[in-house]
Design a protein around this ligand. Structure first.
Ligand code: HEC
Length: 113
């Protein structure tokens, strides 16, 4: 019996430790972490600091106004904008994010230089 209790304890401590190491994981109810989401979902195309141009003619997003940005991301998520014909790439990255997470990403990008 003692052994069982001990192993349950060890297992739960391991779970808690693993949980606190998680910065961003879809489906987990953690506070929205704009930086972690940006690095996982956006940096590959827009650059670590929002300095890259994802598509010829598009803008570098660093420092963008957060209200305008959040609105645009929600529109891409919904599929109601497609500025250069590549909106589907954006939708794919946003469809699993909540409104809170999108706001947090927009806030983070606003702080990038
Ligand atoms: C697979 C590459 C890719 C990823 C990942 C990606 N984007 Fe984009 N992004 C694009 C492309 C391509 C466009 C142009 C879409 C269009 O045709 O309207 C774009 C457009 C944008 C625009 C509008 C730029 C302009 O010129 O007005 C913003 C803002 C933006 N992305 C932010 C983000 C954010 C924030 C994330 C992460 C949640 C993200 N993107 C993830 C490729 C990507």
């Amino acid at each position: 019996m003692k052994k069982i209790i001990l192993s349950v304890l060890v297992a739960s401590v391991t779970l808690i430790a693993a949980d606190s190491a998680t910065v961003y994981k879809p489906g987990l109810l953690l506070p929205a972490n704009g930086e972690a989401i940006y690095k996982k979902q956006c940096a590959s195309c827009h650059g670590e600091k929002g300095e890259k141009i994802a598509f010829e003619g598009s803008i570098a997003i660093a420092g963008m106004d957060k209200v305008k940005h959040a609105k645009e991301l929600k529109d891409y998520r919904y599929g109601s904008i497609n500025k250069y014909g590549y909106g589907a790439q954006m939708k794919g990255k946003l469809v699993d994010l909540s409104w809170d997470e999108i706001d947090a990403v927009a806030e983070y990008v606003h702080g990038l230089k």
